[in-house]
Write a protein that binds this ligand. Structure first.
Ligand code: GUN
Ligand code: FE
Length: 426
């Protein structure tokens, strides 16, 4: 399939935070899977490319989900009457135990990958479970979906039920090493492994040290959780007394940015020293507002992080978060920022729609490289959005149509075409 073409329609993107660019009836050029820019008139040098006329529909960059748990997708929208630590013990861990069963894993991960493919998400950073075989199954499903993803075999060796606790019988980290060798050997195009210590309470120093070594050896990125919930933060202070702050417990083992891309979910309770280290090490923050509401974690001070110049994207964090929709994460992020401003910090202005859209595209997209914008040289990840099923008694400007599509959840059913690296997925 040729990855050289032009899409014509109402093109929207956020090359800068808080700057929504709307180009009506314009053309976005894709050459070898790479965006060549947005033009009112097709430049002569692209005159021979086929034009896909999307009429009055909107064309926007694909959404990036910086944090989602594939193995929790099965119970999304249930089990919400707990806080984090009890929720893990009573809901998350019992479900994750099921992934020792290959047939269950295949069924559940097939459903997950199909739904993610149909969603607005074009790239995702994903947690599996501790099970290497099941996580390889997840990677097969993701590769088949055509989305670009990092997928992690979860590591934990304490504070989890026996079925989920690594025993290190053949050496600490040996299972993760095997997992990485296997997935690198499969020659996936769009699916890559990522080092995944679940979070500090579930990982001994020995395990963290082994993961730090593996990360260095293979040059892999890292994902984990950070400063999500008060009880969790207290547990970390108890379990890692030598760490200066929560994030330092990762940094001591080379698992906190600096040498490789690292994304930490939540950062609701990060202290000034932790924020400083996040910035210095170039760690990405995955802001997960739905999860932070559902399991009563709190509200991350995203405006403060943006003012500090941190790297930030959005995460659905299913199944702490309810749905895989990054459209929903955009509106949730705006809404919680309003509560934060109203109740907690009148100096932290609420996020605007363009700012939240930026986080969902170019903000999180930077974890993958030049992703999340229609600027020249960016990966051609695009959605064609049809909002015509939603009635309006008068024509709306494109800006309003786009905002409305996010608030009304028109990603469910409204995504008519989806491209990743210039390849059409549907
Ligand atoms: N912290 C450790 N594990 C998890 C998880 O599965 N979900 C969330 N939201 N936080 C975690
Ligand atoms: Fe999570």
């Amino acid at each position: 399939m040729s990855r050289n073409f032009i899409l014509k329609g109402n093109i929207v993107h956020t090359p800068e935070s808080n700057c929504l660019v709307v180009r009506e009836n314009a053309h976005v050029v894709c050459e070898d899977g790479v965006c060549r820019g947005v033009f009112d008139k097709i430049p002569e040098c692209y005159g021979a490319l086929p034009v896909v006329d999307c009429g009055d529909k909107m064309i926007l960059p694909g959404m990036v989900d910086l944090h989602i748990h594939a193995a929790q997708y099965a119970y999304r929208g249930t089990g919400m009457d707990y806080e984090l630590m009890d929720w893990l013990e009573n809901i998350a861990f019992p479900e994750e135990m099921r992934y020792a069963d290959a047939a269950y894993a295949l069924k559940a991960y097939t459903q997950f990958a199909e739904r993610l493919k149909a969603s607005a998400t074009t790239r995702a950073v994903i947690f599996g479970t501790v099970h290497a075989d099941a996580t390889l199954t997840l990677m097969n499903c993701m590769e088949k979906s055509g989305l670009v993803s990092y997928v992690g075999k979860v590591n934990m060796d304490r504070y989890a039920p026996p079925g989920l606790t690594e025993d290190h019988a053949d050496g600490v980290g040996a299972d993760t090493r095997r997992f990485i060798e296997k997935c690198l050997g499969r020659g996936y195009r769009r699916t890559k492994p990522i080092i995944t210590p679940r979070f500090v309470p579930c990982c001994t120093d020995a395990l963290m040290a082994a993961l730090g070594d593996i990360r260095r050896e293979y040059g892999l990125p890292v994902q984990s959780h950070l400063s999500e919930n008060p009880d969790e933060v207290q547990a970390v202070a108890r379990l890692a007394p030598q760490a200066e702050f929560y994030g330092d417990a990762y940094d001591r083992f080379g698992l906190f940015g600096r040498e490789s891309n690292t994304v930490m979910a939540h950062c609701v309770y990060s202290t000034p020293s932790e924020i400083k280290r996040i910035k210095r090490n170039g760690v990405w923050v995955a802001h997960c507002p739905s999860s932070n509401m559902n399991i009563a974690s709190g509200i991350a001070p995203v405006r403060r992080y943006m003012d500090e110049g941190l790297r930030i994207g959005l995460g659905s964090d299913v199944a702490g978060g309810t749905v895989e929709s990054v459209f929903r994460a955009v509106t949730d992020a705006i809404q919680v920022s309003k509560l934060y401003w109203r109740y907690i910090d009148s100096g932290a202005k609420p996020l605007t729609f363009p700012e939240a859209l930026y986080l969902a595209t170019k903000g999180g997209g930077s974890f993958f490289g030049r992703v999340g914008s229609f600027e020249e040289g960016y990966a051609f990840d695009a959605l064609v959005l049809d909002d015509s099923a939603e009635p309006t008694p008068r024509p709306l400007p494109v800006r309003s149509r786009l905002e409305r599509a996010f608030y009304l959840g028109l990603d469910r059913g409204g995504i008519e075409m989806k491209y990743v690296d210039g390849e059409r997925l549907f």
